[in-house]
Design a protein around this ligand. Structure first.
Ligand SMILES: Cc1cc2nc3c(=O)[nH]c(=O)nc-3n(C[C@H](O)[C@H](O)[C@H](O)COP(=O)(O)OP(=O)(O)OC[C@H]3O[C@@H](n4cnc5c(N)ncnc54)[C@H](O)[C@@H]3O)c2cc1C
Length: 348
């Protein structure tokens, strides 16, 4: 770490990179420390919706995502184990692109604006994290957690025909999202209750994921070619309604609050928290606002802006992911054309 950059961002996922780009656009000195390197695969539905697409436009990188093969999703379809909805028009434009491509484009945009990026830099130790101007964008806290409930998985498939740009399949205790991304690939990503996930999932993932899909789609899934280099898992996931706050460092993105992934709104929230934080951070960096004051204002805004979205998404996850067969889930899928626009709107 350099001795005194104005702002130091720890973690270069969607949230950290958004903040880095925006601060550089405003002429603020930024250093970004990322434990890994680019490009790389991550567990993510790779479906960007809500305010997120507007923020990518504002940052001037939306077109680059399309040029890199990103797909604007126009249709969606929901599946239960027995029922399925008709193909439905997307309530609003959404962008589907792999995190492999997306994070790389964002990192390049940040570098081209003069941002300092240190890859392979894992920040540890409380002292390092306690200084003013430090922003934690380190993603969800993983590992043992008393409320850990879910496991995430993702793999890219080649030659998999979908009925819509986005398909969501619901099964007891699990969901799988499939969306078209660049190069004719389909991202297959989902969440399963840890109690239902097989212990040997690393070896049996293909048949397990297939078993979660609607029966009419299993044959196509079995026939598709899987890109095993993109296969990844993340265990120990848990979702709460309250933002995680800290009175010394600023938290953004999943480090602060994470919405259940079936809402498809996590990346957008990551970008939104970054844009909210940037306004106060610019004032701090220019010396017009003390750190504590900037921190307090941002954290208060989190409650106001995201509470309703988190409540709706939490309710939706409870409705769609109970562990037993459930008529309500099947009914929600079968009647989707009546309510999907409403559910889409309230989770964004
Ligand atoms: C199964 C599943 C499906 C999802 N589907 C979608 C979807 O379709 N649409 C959507 O919008 N969202 C989706 N999400 C949520 C989305 O992936 C997250 O909300 C988003 O990635 C959060 O971004 P972030 O930048 O906060 O964290 P991350 O993307 O996790 O980035 C954190 C970064 O910090 C780095 N880091 C961690 N610790 C340190 C350290 N000590 N020092 C330095 N660097 C560190 C990591 O290497 C990483 O690069 C999904 C999530 C899951 C689990």
């Amino acid at each position: 770490m350099s001795s005194d950059p104005s702002i130091c961002v720890v973690g270069g996922g969607v949230a950290g990179l958004t903040l880095g780009i925006e601060l550089r656009r405003q002429g603020v000195q930024v250093e970004l420390l990322e434990a890994g390197s680019y490009p790389r695969h991550r567990v993510c539905g790779e479906f960007i919706s809500g305010a997120g697409t507007g923020i990518l436009r504002q940052l001037g990188i939306y077109q680059q995502m399309l040029d890199a093969g990103g797909i604007e999703a126009e249709t969606m379809r929901l599946y239960g184990q027995r029922h399925r909805s008709p193909v439905l028009p997307m309530p609003e434009a959404a962008l589907c692109i792999s995190r492999y491509r997306m994070d790389r484009i964002m990192a390049d945009a940040y570098l081209s604006l003069g941002g300092v990026l240190r890859q392979g830099s894992r920040v540890t130790g409380k002292d390092a994290l306690a200084r003013e101007g430090m922003v934690m964008a380190t993603g969800k806290r993983m590992g043992p957690h008393q409320n850990a409930t879910h496991l995430g998985f993702k793999v890219h498939a080649q030659g998999l025909e979908l009925a819509a740009d986005l398909e969501l399949h619901f099964a007891p205790g699990a969901y799988v999202g499939l969306c078209r991304i660049e190069n004719g690939l389909v991202n297959v990503c989902g969440l399963v209750s840890e109690r239902l996930a097989p212990r040997d999932l690393r070896y049996t993932w293909r048949s397990f994921i297939g078993s979660l899909l609607h029966p009419s789609c299993r044959e196509a899934f079995d026939a598709a070619i899987m890109d095993t280099t993109s296969l990844c898992f993340s265990a120990g996931l848990h979702y709460g309604l309250k933002p995680v706050l800290n009175d010394q460092s600023l938290y953004i993105g999943d480090r602060s609050l994470s919405i259940p992934p079936l809402s498809g709104n996590g990346m957008s929230i990551g970008m939104e928290t970054s844009m909210m934080a940037s306004r106060q951070l610019i004032a701090f960096a220019r010396g017009t606002r003390p750190w504590k004051d900037a921190l307090g204002r941002i954290q208060k805004d989190y409650y106001r802006r995201f509470r309703s979205r988190l409540v709706w998404a939490g309710g939706l996850q409870s409705l769609m992911l109970p562990m037993r067969h459930n008529l309500l889930r099947e009914w929600t899928v079968a009647c989707a054309k009546w309510h999907y626009r409403f559910l889409y709107r309230v989770t964004r």
